[in-house]
Every structure is written in structure tokens, then in C-alpha cells.
Design a protein around this ligand. Structure first.
Ligand code: HDE
Length: 700
């Protein structure tokens, strides 16, 4: 039985060593070496006497093939890598729990959603889509948001994204979409970027993608932190209650810290300054006990209600506005433990949308239906075996057992002669469970077998328009700028024109501002629309600005200092930031500490060239007056303040700081405050200085 396995061999992560140790069949640990640490052995348990030198014929002679210790070590190393995920390769994962705060007993029998107050362990993996495993954390990209719930009734994987809709309506188009967005096959670039011909060529010929395109061109795809993104199940799923009644459900995760994005220019610079910006942020948050948290909401609706929607609830390019079906809060997820080992957990975790538990079911969303086969198949090639569920990160935490057997990397050790059911030979053998077992919702499927797309999927522009008109002016101009940036990287004019043609169905002004910024002499014609475009009402829930919380929790403030700085001002700012929930970092031209004006010493967290202001949410400059003169000759200091200003951050200054700012021609505005006025600074730091934007860049 599978649940009997693992007893014989344990995998231990020795504190600080990262060493894989085993316990022999007798159960005794390897003898210790002379200094008290465990002995270094081969994988066969043979003690190694010299791990520094391979076996040679003589001092200057060739290495001998009989050196099984060398061969084993090198061969294992040669096979250390497994295929990375074809999409979502780059990711950050963490353990935690989901706590149910509201029971959905009326709708489902799934214990994870009915046992109010119960905590279910989870492993959550947040990823980018297009780049490889070693790519940067901060491209303009959708973020995957995958949660594995280890429930009492088996594993439930909710494998979603940070955007509630998707590019395509049918799974058969997924390989084309991904081939188009990934690096172009002849040249092998760009890595992790949609700003190239093949992506926009595909989009221009796939009008159903225009709604998702609006979302990815918005600042949602430039998150400040993974702790500040939403998550969505995207598809409509089903819940089934004890009477067998089905209710449709959509899942939404909302971050406790609110939504926050970076600004495009800032994002580009972050990618250079810290390739692991998001991973590091999550790691540090968890390490310091500031656990990332999300609330889980559901939208519940019946098929009768769905009939009344102006769009098809099975179409994954559409969302269900919360004004139409309100969000019901049912629980929260807290991530409180960083994985012990990145490969064993974040890399080997295998999510499958087909992993659901009794009390749940799928809908007929044709994209979801394709996903139900794809993920398991992917795991077979990535992890190499049908036994991937035995890897600890993937194994259910409830008892599980059946009569499947053997296969590559079988870690179980079933005993006895029975591996089938029904049987009369083993009373202990697992049996089916008609009451508690998983039941699919009975449904009557009729109609003609055909390769078709439902008529009700034809409206490609109404919700794209709704998204665009729901944005603030700043967000609208960021969308326009993003479109212009991306399309300006496209070499073929006909592709640029085709996209602007689609934009005309979304918003004529958006189309004309994009066309003019791309230097088009006349507005390209709009392609025919398969369905009339509706004027849906704007929704503030679709914005990022305004959904950023009035808090400094999870944010970081940098204080630029140097020898001779005023310690009282620095400590005042630091305390105010920390009292408001932020981290404060002291940045100086050199690491190793500074001497304050009163002669005392102060530790420093970062060296100026390695700590650009793009890595912080607001800055303060507390330097002696004559220091400004010296810093004006340091490009890293000039960039530090200039970037903070153009990225619309609050800046606190003392006299020396003000001199530095005026030296780089920064004009005072409401976001520029005295370093002694800590309350004013904290208030300004909680938001971006949006009014400044028109003074620092051309708004398209
Ligand atoms: Fe995925 N997707 N996907 N996807 N997806 C994978 O499975 C696929 C889709 C999503 O952290 C792969 O295990 C198809 C929508 C996430 O490990 C692969 C289709 C949504 C992750 C796959 C979709 C997602 C994946 C690659 C169209 C949001 C990362 C590795 C029918 C609701 C999970 C793997 C993790 C990963 C296929 C569309 C989210 C190739 C065929 C829609 C978050 O199987």
C-alpha cells in the first residue's frame, strides 16, 4: 500500500548542510567520522576516504575508470536538471495554511470548504509565464497563482492566474499562443517578453484575446510584490452539495496588503538591479514573520442566473463583474514557511487542475477541459514517472491507497499477494466508497459532435472596453504607453496596424492616441466584429489605483546617509517607517558603517550603487550640506534621487538632501517633504505622487 511506504527511507535536510542522508534498512545511522559529523558515503553507503582527489594511475597519470566514487558523483551531477516547465518555469513557492472562516455547506460537501475554523495545509507557487527558470522576476507578464490544498479528502489544486481572464477560448489554441509569446525559434530571443512580432501577430489574428491584452498592458502585470497581487481561478467550476445540487463558482484571492504595481521604467531598472526581486521579497517577508496573506472569495451562481448574463460563464475570456454576482469572503491563506529545498518542493511540485475533491466538479469551459489532460501529461515528462504523486511535496496528507503498482521510481513497498479489487483474499485491501467517494455531476449531453465554438463566445470587445473605461486617467495612459512600447518593438507595420484596428472596437480615443504615438498617418480600419459591442458600466474593482491599501505594511523605505549625517533625523524617520509597518534600510556610499555628525557610528544596510531607489517605495535623503556637492558627482546618487522622483515616490529631505535635489533640478512638489516632518512623509509614502507624472514623462 502506498501509505505504508517511505518508512524505510527518509530524506533529511540536515541543519545548515543541505545534505541528503539515508537510513539503512537496519534503521541505524551511518557511523560518525572522527570529528563527530556523519560519514560522507557513496549512494551505496560506502564510506569515502578522500573526497578531494580522483583515483589516478600515478601522481601524473590518467584517471582510472575504476574510480566508482568519481563516476557516481559526476554521473549524478550530469543528471541534476529535470525539464523545466514549458510555461510558468520561473517561480516562488511557500508553505502555509488555508483557514475557512465561512462554511459553504449549503453548496458543497468538500470538507475544506465546510469545516469552519479548520486549517488546511497548502503549498502555493507564484510564477511568471513566458520566461525560463533562470529569467528575471519582473517582466511584463501574467503571474501564475497555484495553490495545492492538502485536504482531508485528498489534494485540491486551484491553479489560477493573477488576471481573471485568459487569451483564448479553446485549449487547442494554447500551444500556438505559447509558441507565439516565447522566444522566437530562429533567434532564441526575446526571453520573457511579449514585445515582439510573433506574439502580436498571433494576437492580431485572435480577437478573443483583446480582453486579456487590456489586462496585460495594464500595470497589473508589473506587481510591486507577489504579496500584492490578486489570484483568480479564471474558469467557472462547480460545487456539489449533499443533495447532489450543483452551483457554479468562481474563485478570487485578494491580498491583505492590497494591490500595488510598479511603473514601467522602474520595472525595467528593477530587472537589472535585482533579478530575484520578487523571490527575495517573499523570502525576507516570511523569514521576518511578516507572513503574506490573502483572503479567498467566491462568486456563486446557478445555471438559471448564468442564462441571464450578457455573456457566457463558460467563456474564459470573460469575467463575471462583482456588481452582477457579489464576492463572498470564505477564508484566508497565510504563507508562513519557506521551502527547505527549492528543487524538492518548488520545482517538483506538480499541480493539476484535474485534482479536485468530492463536493466539486468541472464545468464545460473548453479551456478548462483541455487543461484537465495537459497538466498530468506535463508532469510525466518533467518528473519522469507516473509515481510523481509519491514525491513528498505532491503526496496527499490524508491516508491514500489503491492497487496501482510498479512503474519508474516506485518508492512504495507494498506487501502481500493482492493488487486488484474486488478481491476475497485481503480483508485489508482498500474498497470503493459509494457514500464518501468522488461523484461527477450527472448531466445529459446531447447535440451533434462537431469542432465548433459556441455562438455565445463571439463578443470579443465589450469586456475589453469595460476594463479600459474603468481605469483612472493615469492607468489609461499607462495602457496606451504599454501598447506603444510593445508595438514599437514589432518590425512588421501590418501587425501594428491590425492591433490598432482592434483597439478601435474598444475605445476610439485609445486607438487614435496609440496610432499617433506610433507615427501612423491615418487610423487603420477596424476589422469586422463578430458581435455588437456592448457599453457595459465601468467598475472600480478593475482598477489598481484605489485598490492599493492606505498602509505602509510590506513596503520598504530607504534613507540615504553619509559621514556627517544627522542621527536624530535618521532615527526619527526609521522609527516612523517601522511604526507604520514598513522596513527601513540605511543606504550609504559605502558599506561598513558611517560616522554621524555627533561622532557616533551607524550601521549601513546597503551600498549606494547596489541599492538603487527602484528597490524602495519611498526615500529620504539625510546628508550634511557639503555632502550634496560630493554626491552630485556620483551618478548612483544622482540616479537615486532622480529615479525616486520620476517614479512618483515620496521623498523626505533635510537641508543637505534638498541641496542634492536642487542640484539635479528636481522641483519641489507635494511629495517632497521635510525629513523632520515624519507624519507628512509617512502619509505621502503610502501612495504614488500621481499629480507629478505629467511633469516627468509624456503621457500618451
Ligand atoms: Fe497552464 N499549464 N495551461 N494555465 N498553468 C501549465 O503544467 C495549459 C492556463 C497555469 O506553478 C503546465 O505543470 C494548457 C490557464 C499555472 O507549477 C502545462 C492551457 C491558467 C501553471 C499547462 C493552460 C493556467 C500552469 C506547465 C490551455 C489560469 C503553473 C507546467 C488549455 C487559470 C503551475 C505544468 C505551477 C502550468 C498547460 C491555460 C495557469 C503545460 C494546455 C487558463 C499557474 O501543462
Amino acid at each position: 500500500m502506498e501509505n505504508n511506504m517511505k518508512k524505510k527511507q527518509t530524506r533529511k535536510n540536515e541543519e545548515g548542510s543541505g545534505v541528503v542522508t539515508g537510513i539503512g534498512h537496519g534503521g541505524e545511522l551511518h557511523q560518525t567520522s572522527g570529528n563527530g559529523s556523519p560519514e560522507l558515503t557513496t549512494n551505496q553507503g560506502v564510506p569515502i576516504s578522500d573526497g578531494q582527489n580522483s583515483l589516478k594511475a600515478n601522481e601524473h597519470g590518467p584517471t582510472l575508470v575504476e574510480d566508482f566514487i568519481l563516476r557516481e558523483k559526476i554521473t549524478h551531477f550530469d543528471h541534476e536538471r529535470i525539464p523545466e516547465r514549458i510555461v510558468h518555469a520561473r517561480a516562488t513557492g511557500a508553505h502555509g495554511y488555508f483557514e475557512l472562516t465561512e462554511s459553504l455547506e449549503e453548496y458543497t460537501t468538500a470538507s475544506v470548504l465546510t469545516e469552519k475554523g479548520a486549517r488546511t495545509p497548502v503549498f502555493t507557487r507564484i510564477s511568471t509565464v513566458a520566461g525560463g527558470a533562470g529569467s528575471v522576476d519582473t517582466p511584463r507578464d501574467i503571474r501564475g497563482f497555484a495553490v495545492k490544498f492538502y485536504t482531508k479528502q485528498g489534494n485540491w489544486d486551484l491553479v489560477g492566474n493573477n488576471i481573471p481572464v485568459f487569451f483564448i477560448q479553446d485549449a487547442i489554441k494554447f500551444p500556438d499562443l505559447i509558441h507565439a509569446v516565447k522566444m522566437e525559434p530562429d533567434r532564441g530571443f526575446p526571453q520573457s517578453a511579449s514585445a515582439h512580432d510573433t506574439f502580436w501577430d498571433f494576437i492580431s489574428l485572435t480577437p478573443e484575446s483583446m480582453h486579456t491584452v487590456m489586462w496585460i498592458m495594464s500595470d497589473r502585470t508589473l506587481p510591486r510584490s507577489l504579496r500584492m497581487i490578486e489570484g483568480f481561478g479564471v474558469h467557472t467550476f462547480r460545487l456539489i452539495n449533499s443533495a447532489g445540487r450543483s452551483t457554479f463558482v468562481k474563485y478570487h484571492w485578494r491580498p491583505k496588503l492590497g494591490l500595488q504595481s510598479t511603473i514601467w521604467d522602474e520595472t525595467v531598472k528593477i530587472s537589472g538591479a535585482d533579478q530575484d526581486y520578487h523571490r527575495r521579497d517573499m523570502f525576507e517577508a516570511i523569514a521576518s514573520g511578516k507572513f503574506p496573506e490573502w483572503e479567498l472569495f467566491v462568486q456563486l451562481f446557478t445555471s438559471e442566473q448564468a442564462e441571464q448574463f450578457p455573456f457566457d460563464h463558460l467563456d474564459p475570456t470573460k469575467l463575471i463583474p462583482e456588481e452582477l454576482v457579489p464576492l463572498k469572503k470564505i477564508g484566508r491563506m497565510v504563507l508562513n514557511r519557506w521551502p527547505d529545498n527549492f528543487f524538492a518542493e518548488t520545482e517538483q511540485v506538480a499541480y493539476c487542475p484535474s485534482h479536485i475533491v468530492p463536493g466539486m466538479d468541472f464545468s464545460n469551459d473548453p479551456l478548462l477541459q483541455g487543461r484537465l489532460l495537459s497538466y498530468h501529461d506535463t508532469q510525466l515528462s518533467r518528473l519522469g514517472t507516473v509515481n510523481f504523486h509519491q514525491i513528498p511535496i505532491n503526496a496527499p496528507k490524508c491516508p491514500f491507497g489503491n492497487h496501482q503498482r510498479d512503474g519508474h521510481m516506485q518508492m512504495g513497498h507494498p506487501t502481500g499477494r493482492v493488487s486488484y479489487e474486488p478481491n476475497s483474499l485481503s480483508g485489508n485491501s482498500p474498497r470503493e466508497s459509494p457514500m464518501n467517494g468522488f461523484h461527477s455531476l450527472p448531466s445529459l449531453e446531447t447535440g451533434e459532435k462537431a469542432r465548433v465554438r459556441s455562438e455565445s463566445f463571439k463578443d470579443h470587445y465589450s469586456q475589453a472596453r469595460q476594463f479600459y473605461i474603468s481605469q483612472t486617467d493615469h492607468e489609461q495612459s499607462h495602457i496606451a504607453s504599454a501598447l506603444v512600447f510593445e508595438l514599437s518593438k514589432v518590425e512588421h507595420p501590418h501587425i501594428r496596424e491590425a492591433i490598432v484596428g482592434h483597439l478601435r472596437h474598444i475605445d476610439e480615443k485609445l486607438a487614435s492616441r496609440t496610432a499617433s504615438a506610433l507615427g501612423m498617418n491615418k487610423l487603420p480600419a477596424a476589422p469586422p466584429s463578430a458581435a455588437p459591442v456592448m457599453d457595459l458600466p465601468p467598475s472600480t474593482a478593475l482598477r489598481t489605483i484605489g485598490n492599493m491599501k492606505d498602509t505602509l505594511m510590506g513596503r520598504t523605505i530607504a534613507i540615504l546617509v553619509m559621514d556627517g549625517s544627522d542621527g536624530i533625523l535618521i532615527n526619527g524617520l526609521k522609527k516612523a517607517a517601522e511604526d507604520a509597518g514598513a522596513d527601513a534600510k540605511i543606504i550609504a556610499p559605502r558599506i561598513g558603517g558611517i560616522k554621524l555628525a555627533d561622532g557616533s557610528a551607524m550601521d549601513v544596510d546597503g551600498q549606494l550603487p547596489g541599492s538603487p531607489s527602484v528597490l524602495f517605495d519611498a526615500i529620504a535623503v539625510v546628508i550634511p550640506e557639503d555632502g550634496a556637492k560630493a554626491l552630485l558627482n556620483e551618478s548612483s546618487a544622482v540616479d537615486f534621487v532622480r529615479d525616486a522622483f520620476v517614479h512618483l515616490k515620496a521623498i523626505a529631505v533635510d537641508k543637505g538632501g534638498r541641496a542634492l535635489l536642487s542640484g539635479v533640478n528636481i522641483k519641489p512638489d507635494a511629495g517632497l517633504v521635510e525629513a523632520a516632518e515624519t507624519a507628512l512623509f509617512i502619509a505621502a509614502a503610502k501612495t504614488r505622487q500621481w499629480d507629478r507624472e505629467k511633469n516627468v514623462r509624456t503621457l500618451i
